[in-house]
Ligand binder design. Sequence first.
Ligand SMILES: Nc1ncnc2c1ncn2[C@@H]1O[C@H](COP(=O)(O)OP(=O)(O)O)[C@@H](O)[C@H]1O
Ligand SMILES: [Mg+2]
Length: 251
Amino acid sequence: MLELKKLYFTIQDDDVDNGDTRNIIDGIDFTFEKGKFYVITGPNGSGKTTLAKLIMGINPISSGSIIFEGKDISSLSITERAKLGIVYSFQQPARFKGITFRDLLAIATGNNDEKKFLEMVTRVGICPLSFLDKEVDARLSGGEIKKIEMATTIAANPKLAIYDEPDTGIDLWTIGPMVSLLKKELSPKTTTIVVSHNRAFLDVADVIIIIDKGRIVYSGDLKSALPLLTDLSICTYHNNCERDQDAGCLR
Ligand SMILES: Nc1ncnc2c1ncn2[C@@H]1O[C@H](COP(=O)(O)OP(=O)(O)O)[C@@H](O)[C@H]1O
Ligand SMILES: [Mg+2]
């Protein structure tokens, strides 16, 4: 349903003054199948967020092409891609002063049906009803805003959902429900791409993709991925891990 063909994202390298360039995404070829749950992982700075942003059109590709359901979307805007059914959930979600969760749901679903909103919020289960009229502004915690963004994404009923580190700022006891929500509520209708190191996501992935230095160095199941993750010093931290993700795993 989504094909990446010889995808490059190239920047001027600031470390070098002689006009050298650096490929942040370095020739990625990959086909995502409809309804599957993909988890992209890899070292910090390996290009995971950049790849997700290229698919959504937030960053322009330098060369190559992106084919979505048989159509070349490489030159389409974010809005045009969203209209085709692609949604993107940011690592650091936006905050909007004066806009409520209800407003966001209305935008995502294209209607203002109170009954539908309540149904949706109940189904999602991670958002208390009191959230509906909360302003999505600086007063919400990182976890709350993430939950709201996720519910809004699900409400849009996308064909392709991309989540960049959805567990950032989420309380540990919410990760389990969040994983089953993304896995069960959306698939098999939706193709899901989650960028994460969290073992809870890796455990339920249909396909794990490991990115290193802008290239896909592995795609397949978790069992064969684990030795490579260890080699790359990627901490696939557990939910009850006492250490920060960047600090490395104790186990
Ligand atoms: N627009 C950009 N201009 C310059 N450097 C960038 C740009 N986008 C990303 N980078 C760099 O590319 C590398 C990969 O970034 P990113 O995709 O955010 O990594 P990850 O999400 O895997 O941690 C980093 O070194 C980052 O600083
Ligand atoms: Mg990132």
